[in-house]
Design a protein around this ligand. Structure first.
Ligand code: UDP
Ligand code: MG
Length: 331
């Protein structure tokens, strides 16, 4: 019994409380500066921490730099990907390995300010499950930056917020703080790391925002271009679908299918009526094509919904994934 207590105490003392996840893709110049800033901030929290750096296939010597930093501080952990898998994969690798009960993500390019971490942690302590940074001042003044940066970003955040029902000012901010359960419960694909708060809302988490500092890039270049916009739109579609219909595909496909089918049949009846009663020729009427198309699409959509139902069952039952999420249970 006594030894049990001792081992428990030892375990508790060795237990990591904060896990910081840094995706690194060709950031060789930034990393040492970042760790120089980050470590004192984390030390000051008084909690035991680990910094998990995911080298996402860098080719600029980032890995060697990371190894050097690890030799100076054991709390730096390194995961090296075989090639570039993208920021979402890097986050996923970090989430899989995180030991802390609080997980912090941020960019490795010095654009997020480590000094913002304590306020985010304080907010989490208030009882939230996710606290997201909100880069309040992140645009240069002037017509062009407002047109090419601010406006698209405003539209994107508004779109994502309305479509997912999780209202955030700044989905693009990588600096976020999560309770462990949140990140351990979600699976990420594609570029979905931007949507974690929205995806997690499926489980009923509470999300808060805290204004953070944002700095322009000092070293290296951004890894994304304008193609990001298309990817975000497609990902948004996926998230929206998963959030509202992932456990009942027949309801969305089925209702669209029934609607299409009904209109098609109605048009068909109308045409038959015209043919039989008024003797109108149908062969040259585009409406006949429309009726056929609507009926066929209707049947296909319903079939798709039924197939979706099968897939959903396989998905949930093969992993023993419940279709609900429990906050607590008494008795
Ligand atoms: N990143 C990554 N893999 C990628 C692209 C980016 O790990 O394929 C990392 C990158 O090193 C940085 C963070 O993700 O730490 C954000 O990338 P970036 O600064 O290029 O994005 P932006 O700030 O322009 O949105
Ligand atoms: Mg950046």
């Amino acid at each position: 019994m006594v030894t049990d207590g001792v081992t428990n105490l030892k375990l508790e003392m060795s237990m990591v409380q904060l896990s910081i996840i840094l995706p690194v893709y060709n950031e060789v110049e930034s990393i040492p500066h970042l760790l120089d800033e980050l470590t004192p901030v984390l030390d000051a929290t008084g909690r035991k921490f680990e910094i998990i750096c995911i080298d996402d296939g860098s080719s600029d010597g980032s890995f060697d730099e990371l190894k050097k930093l690890r030799s100076q501080d054991e709390r730096v952990r390194i995961v090296r990907f075989r090639r570039n898998f993208g920021q979402t994969a890097a986050f996923a690798a970090g989430f899989d390995r995180a030991q802390g009960n609080v997980v912090i993500t941020m960019d490795a390019d010095l654009q997020n300010d480590p000094a913002d971490i304590p306020p985010l942690l304080a907010k989490l302590e208030e009882g939230y499950d996710i606290v997201s940074g909100w880069r309040v001042k992140r645009w240069r003044e002037g017509f062009l930056p407002i047109l090419t940066r601010k406006l698209p970003s405003k539209i994107a955040n508004w779109l994502i917020s309305t479509f997912t029902g999780v209202h955030l000012h700044d989905y693009g901010c990588a600096l976020k703080v999560y309770r462990r359960e949140v990140v351990k419960n979600i699976n990420l694909y594609g570029d979905l790391h931007r949507f974690i708060p929205a995806i997690a809302s499926y489980y009923g988490v509470s999300v808060a925002e805290v204004p953070v500092n944002y700095r322009s890039r000092q070293f290296g270049t951004s890894k994304y271009g304008l193609s990001r916009i298309i990817r975000v739109i497609l990902d948004l579609l996926v998230v929206r679908f998963l959030l509202s219909y992932s456990t009942r595909p027949i309801q969305i496909f089925g209702s669209m299918g029934l609607l299409s089918f009904t209109i098609g049949v109605a048009v068909g009846i109308y045409l038959t009526f015209m043919k039989l009663v008024y003797g109108e020729a149908l062969a040259e009427r585009p409406m006949l094509l429309l009726a056929m198309l609507l009926v066929m699409i209707g049947v296909q959509l319903v079939t798709m919904g039924l197939l979706g139902e099968l897939i959903v069952r396989t998905y949930h039952e093969s992993q023993n994934k419940p279709i609900y999420s429990v906050r607590e249970e008494l008795g």
